[in-house]
Design a protein around this ligand. Structure first.
Ligand code: F6P
Length: 379
């Protein structure tokens, strides 16, 4: 257990809330990281310092739920949240602790849910602030059902959280993915090649869709719209006939063929185990080369999409989302995920968020408009 020093911050009397008692807040970042985690935590703490009359004590749990389970935390001061608006990663560290495993005792027989509740009670926390994606929100909801006061924040580059129009991290990832496509554009044009840029998103295609449009991709393949390889090839041939020597495909790592989309989950998993290519991008490249004369190259930006500094847009929404979390805590309004509707910051009950994903709808305006730009989805 690492302990730091916290000087409770007591502000003046301009507070909008009546409660003048000190608040003890736990905080953790869970699941895959993204660019704007630190900016969001900074927003929460700055907001609390302004809004909670009696001052705050902040306990940061290390490496996500692991820290809460095993009591690894440190007491943080306002200083810890200074200078982190622009930094990527998370000052608390993170880890993946699958929701499915939460009710399964660890290798020493420890009941993880009871352990988390006991850490919360030992520290006499008033609230636990959880920054996480889909699985982490499910665990947040489980803890809410177990009686803990929870406020959660929507983190993920995938933008697939139900109950919010946007997650923080998404726009930064789109910027980086677009930059990758932009760089590929010039080399693809010079060599008259077909390039596949494989982007993150196993279950959803938000990053690929947005970066594909922003980067001027000719073909966009996402998990929500299964492709037919013959249609992909027709789109490439069409461009060639129009005198365009190169083409760019933005492909989500979870893109799936029509044929495979008809398999059961179990059958598809089995098929993937035996796939000779490392990823869908390489498989597509081999298929295209086998069926045409095109020379194909594959680029996989991978985790660079989650790295580096948050873009200004993410810094703004993270700061606003963080302050909203502080407002909820100051008002003792718990059990909610802070969310976005349009460009407004609002809240969604955790019970509604947990267990649902927000997919790209094949009938959505953005997909229709992309098609009207001449982009093929291979469908
Ligand atoms: O959920 C965020 C994400 O980056 C997905 O887009 C990607 O499929 C996955 O995490 C990668 O996970 P990991 O970092 O555990 O390899």
């Amino acid at each position: 257990m690492i302990q730091g020093f916290l000087k409770p911050y007591c502000n003046n009397k301009k507070k909008g809330y009546g409660d003048t008692s000190m608040k003890r807040i736990g905080m953790l970042t869970s699941g895959g990281d993204c660019q704007s985690l630190n900016a969001t935590m900074r927003g929460v703490v700055k907001g609390l310092q302004e809004l909670v009359a009696g001052g705050v004590e902040i306990y940061g749990f290390e490496n996500g739920y692991k820290g809460l389970i095993y009591g690894n935390y440190r007491k943080l001061s306002g200083k810890d949240f200074s200078g982190i608006l622009t930094t990527g990663g998370t000052i608390l560290g993170t880890s993946r602790q699958p929701f499915k495993q939460m009710r399964v005792p660890d290798e020493n027989g420890l009941d993880k849910v009871e352990a988390m509740k006991s850490t919360y009670r030992y520290l006499k926390l008033d609230c636990l602030v959880i920054l996480g994606g889909n699985g982490s929100q499910k665990t947040a909801n489980l803890l809410r059902e177990e009686g803990l006061n929870i406020v959660s924040l929507p983190k993920t580059i995938d933008n697939d959280l139900w109950g919010t129009d946007m997650t923080f991290g998404f726009q930064s990832a789109v910027d980086l993915a677009t930059e990758a496509i932009d760089c590929i554009h010039t080399t693809a044009a010079s060599h008259n090649r077909v390039f596949i840029v494989e982007l993150m998103g196993h279950k959803v295609g938000w990053v690929t869709l947005h970066a594909g449009i922003a980067g001027g991709a000719d073909i966009i393949l996402i998990p929500e719209i299964p492709y037919d390889i013959r249609h992909v090839i027709s789109a490439l041939e069409r461009r060639k006939e129009q005198g365009k020597g190169f083409s760019i495909l933005a492909v989500a790592e979870g893109a799936i063929s029509k044929e495979d989309s008809e398999l059961s989950k179990k059958e598809y998993k089995e098929k993937l185990k035996n796939r000779v290519y490392p990823t869908v991008g390489y498989e597509l490249a081999a298929q295209i080369e086998a069926m045409t004369d095109f020379e194909v190259r594959v680029t996989v930006p991978g985790h660079t999409q989650r790295g580096g500094q948050p873009c200004p847009f993410d810094r703004v929404i993270s700061s606003r989302l963080g302050v909203k979390a502080a407002e909820l805590i100051a008002a003792e309004d718990y059990g909610k995920m802070v969310s976005m509707k349009g460009y407004e910051i609002t809240t969604t009950p955790l019970g509604e968020v947990a267990g649902k994903l927000k997919y790209v709808s094949p009938d959505s305006d953005i997909v229709k408009q992309a098609k009207h730009l001449g982009i093929s989805f291979g469908d």
